[in-house]
Ligand binder design. Structure first.
Ligand code: MG
Length: 446
């Protein structure tokens, strides 16, 4: 039996084991009460368990008197935007994001169209063990449908004054899209056709039968790489099942790595509007180089999308996100959005008049090493001072675990919020150095 993972970023589990329809019904009812039994938008990704869990959540919400708007199968950023632009008190996304198909999850959205801030999420989670007070028989909620949220989402992107759909259309880009049969199979082709692209679609049926491991990391993009080469395309785009992470394959058929999605988007936005870039402590230092090129700086937060979005809002940042392919473009909204990301990358191609591989070659190259060790292997006498002493002449940041920053290298160790592991990420100018740094840190804590 797998454990249910309950954290401020949502509740995840394996369908029928840790995550059951009964649990989803009760948790959705709790959320309805938490939102004063008012209007809630409900949507899901394409997972095979989505419809069953959607109906469980719907039942829970109606039973506490909520008015529920059914958005159907939508991307997470689409649902977040729809909540922001409506008078709803909140929303629930039923999606396990990039997790394999047997997983599903609930993510809770506040009335501002962002995920619950950590303090609020903790408050909500702490009330889950209480009994639900269901509404009286004559005070139950009602359900209505809204299947246009994806069109409004694309319309908002196309209306941005920072991109010029007419100019992009003139280029007639040949694009291969891999939506891994997730929720992006409808909205992404619609956006790309609106931008005049000649589109080759792979895995764009929202069946939830994922054609490959759904995390859009380079090792999972073989099918897209082959298709880009075969069709001689200008670019390949891959998204995860709920379309908040974007990965790119260059016209040479190279999976360039998720880190580049935010780097390229930042390059485009900063060339038009200079403001601080916000990302988390574990994202690449190439972003600092790009920020410097445009005379601005990078602000870093604890790991977690909501932390990044929140600081962007507070600082007036114009672009930010995470190194996992999560682009946050606040002109659309303060959450990771791969649909908006595709528009930004095509706008950059158009404005620069370069190929995607040339744009990538312009960005300083660093190498990362990502390791994890079980908490049980960590020495009980762990001392950050001992680890820091191994790296003289460095700075430290203790916002989220420990980050050590040296000259052209960094290492970040932090306890995972969702698994009993310690993550150790490093970055340096060579892969050898990045690996050595990671190993040195692991030896100091085990
Ligand atoms: Mg996702």
């Amino acid at each position: 039996m797998s454990d249910l993972m309950i954290s401020v970023s949502g509740i995840r589990g394996i369908f029928g084991e840790s995550l059951t329809p009964e649990f989803v019904l009760k948790t959705a009812a709790h959320f309805g009460v938490f939102c004063q039994r008012k209007k809630i938008l409900l949507g899901r990704d394409s997972r095979t368990t989505g419809e069953a869990l959607f109906n469980a959540a719907l039942s829970g919400l109606l039973s506490v008197g909520c008015e529920v708007v059914n958005l159907g199968i939508v991307t997470t950023p689409t649902l977040l935007l729809a909540v922001e632009e409506s008078d709803a008190s909140g929303g629930i996304c039923i999606t396990a994001s990039h997790n394999p198909a047997q997983w599903n999850a609930l993510k809770f959205v506040d009335n501002n169209g962002m995920f619950l801030y950590p303090e609020k999420a903790e408050k909500f989670i702490s009330g889950l063990s209480n009994d639900v007070v269901y509404s009286r028989w004559d005070r139950l909620g009602a359900v209505s449908e809204d299947y246009d949220a994806s069109y409004r989402h694309v319309a908002k992107i196309l209306k941005s004054p920072l991109i010029s759909p007419e100019e992009i259309r003139k280029r007639k880009y040949k694009v291969v899209l891999d939506s891994v049969n997730g929720a992006g199979g409808v909205i992404s082709p619609y956006l790309l056709r609106e931008l005049g692209c000649t589109l080759i679609e792979i895995n764009t049926q929202p069946t939830g039968l994922f054609a490959h491991d759904p995390e859009p990391v380079s090792k999972n993009l073989d099918q897209l790489v082959k298709a880009v080469k075969k069709h001689n395309a200008d670019i390949g785009f891959a998204t995860d099942p709920d379309v908040d992470r974007l990965a790119i394959v260059s016209e040479k058929g190279e999976a360039i790595g998720e880190e580049y999605s935010l780097l390229l988007a930042a390059k485009f936005i900063l060339s038009l509007k200079t403001a601080p870039v916000v990302t988390n402590l574990s994202s690449t230092m190439a972003l600092d180089d790009i920020a410097e090129e445009f005379q601005t700086k990078v602000l870093r937060t604890k790991v977690g999308e909501i932390n990044v979005g929140k600081l962007m809002k507070e600082t007036g940042s114009t672009i930010g996100g995470e190194g996992n392919g999560g682009i946050i473009w606040p002109e659309i909204h303060y959450t990771r959005d791969a649909v908006a990301g595709m528009a930004l990358i095509l706008a950059l191609l158009t404005k620069s008049d370069k190929k995607i591989s040339e744009l990538v070659a312009d960005i300083p190259r660093y190498y990362s090493c990502k390791k994890k060790i079980p908490v049980s292997e960590v020495s009980s006498a762990i001392s950050f001072e001992k680890t820091v002493s191994l790296f003289p002449n460095t700075k430290t940041d203790r916002t989220d675990g420990l980050k050590i920053l040296g000259d052209k290298f960094w290492v970040h160790l932090r306890k995972s919020g969702t698994e009993p592991i310690i993550r150790i990420y490093s970055e340096a100018e060579t892969i050898k150095k990045a690996q050595e740094i990671c190993d040195k840190v692991i030896r100091s804590i085990t």
